[in-house]
Design a protein around this ligand. Structure first.
Ligand code: PMP
Length: 419
């Protein structure tokens, strides 16, 4: 593999002119990325960074993986888009792989995580109306959850900051604290009395945006029992934690339960947009005309996603995720032991790891991200006090060590300015 040609012409867009044309919906860090290879990316000035963001948990196989290049090239040369008016063989192959490697029986394809969650919400509501005879169904979601940026998914999201300014929101959602079983039990009872019967509980197996918070085993097992007792659907949003990132194919495998419906996106396409909503056949109440997406399940995205799935399996990447994840967590725990006044906790599964800063220290995760960028490592906050590590699943031991060194130097230099 050749390194990218960093001498290539610089982008004509300075960050200033970028902001005069592109809506400022993101708070961006001041570098412009141009090329990538494996776990490394280069900015327009030719500086190299280790990419521990991976498009926010999307670039499963890193950048410019030969298998992905081959899949992209082969499919674009063959057929890249047709309509779901016709059968699309590679869409069927991808659905089969996902069904064979999960608890689901059926898949619906769309283009993003938010869309996959929209599909799950619509399926759960249709099921509630048609099979449970609930006319005013409620979906319970968790405080600090994140499910996307469409109107229904910001409503499902249990963080008011994403909803502010967008009212009226979509009715039919109710929030409970995460990992708190008595809160769910009493919410179900109260909503029932209120004639807002619960049709579904929608949760992340590990809350990503909410601060890299793994689900509690006993909590999820009890929720599964409650759902079975009461005929409530369990929907898991696997958009961030799924597709091998947790060290298992799906986050729920870490909790010893199976959902009725789950969603995937981000890592599924390895950086190419695709979303999927999967379900068990008993709750598949969709029929022709129920739901659709022009680009959903297009041959290009499906061929790339199938390549990601098969490469995960062929290269035995789950083992790499487990080993590199342990190495990363051990290294961060060592830092936490060395700097207990700065670091409160390290947590996560596989290669989705969070490091929480002490609440009383005047240091934010964004401060550390900026300092880590200067040290040559890209990281992403998960809230103001949590630093998130989500590298490509192909990351090597040497790259994890290099990232740990850079984080330590970032923390030491910032810690010194506080002293
Ligand atoms: N669900 C979860 C758990 C997510 O982390 C995200 C993205 N951060 C989404 C849904 C939304 O995905 P997308 O941006 O692809 O719509």
């Amino acid at each position: 593999l050749k390194e990218p040609n960093v001498q290539a012409e610089a982008s004509p867009f300075s960050s200033e002119s970028f902001d005069s044309y592109v809506m400022t919906t993101y708070g961006r860090f001041a570098i412009a990325l141009e090329r990538g290879l494996g776990c490394r990316v280069w900015d327009t000035e030719g500086r190299e960074y280790l990419d521990f963001v991976a498009g926010i948990a999307t670039c499963t196989l890193g950048h410019a993986h030969p298998a992905m290049i081959a899949a992209v090239t082969q499919q674009i040369q063959t057929l890249h888009h047709v309509s779901n008016l016709y059968y699309i063989p590679v869409q069927g192959e991808l659905a089969k792989w996902l069904v064979d490697h999960s608890c689901a029986d059926k898949a619906f394809f769309c283009n993003s995580g938010a869309e996959a969650n929209e599909a799950a919400i619509k399926l759960a509501r249709k099921y509630a109306h048609e099979k449970l005879n609930i006319s005013n169904p409620t979906i319970i979601t968790a405080v600090a959850s994140f499910h996307g940026r469409t109107l229904a998914t910001i409503t499902a999201t249990g963080q008011p900051k994403y909803q502010k300014g967008f009212s009226p929101l979509v009715p039919g959602f109710h929030y409970v604290p995460y990992n708190d079983i008595s809160a769910i039990e009493s919410a179900i009872e109260e909503l029932d009395k209120d004639e807002r019967q619960v049709a579904a509980i929608m949760l992340e197996a590990l809350q990503g945006e909410g601060g890299v918070r793994p689900g509690d085993l006993a909590y999820f097992q009890r929720i599964r029992e409650i759902c079975d007792e009461k005929g409530i659907l369990l929907i898991l949003d696997e958009v961030q934690v799924g597709m091998g990132r947790s060290g298992k194919y799906w986050g729920y495998e870490n909790l010893g339960i199976e959902p009725d419906i789950f969603t995937s996106a981000k890592g599924l396409g390895g950086g190419i947009p695709i979303g999927a909503m999967l379900c068990k056949s008993f709750c598949d109440v969709f029929e022709p005309g129920s739901h659709a997406s022009t680009f959903g399940g297009n041959p290009f995205a499906c061929a790339v996603a199938l390549c990601v799935c098969q490469t995960l399996e062929r290269e035995n990447l789950l083992e790499n995720v487990q080993q590199r994840g342990e190495q990363l967590k051990a290294g961060l725990n060592k830092l936490a032991a060395a700097y207990p006044h700065l670091i409160a906790e390290v947590r996560g599964w596989g290669l989705i790891v969070g490091m929480e800063l002490q609440a009383d220290v005047e240091l934010t995760s964004a401060d550390i991200v900026k300092s880590a960028i200067a040290a040559g490592v890209l990281l992403v906050p998960a809230g103001p006090k949590v630093l998130r590590f989500v590298p490509p699943l192909i990351v090597t031991a040497a790259e994890v060590d290099r990232a740990l060194e850079a984080v330590e130097s970032a923390i030491v230099s910032l810690g010194n300015t506080l002293a």
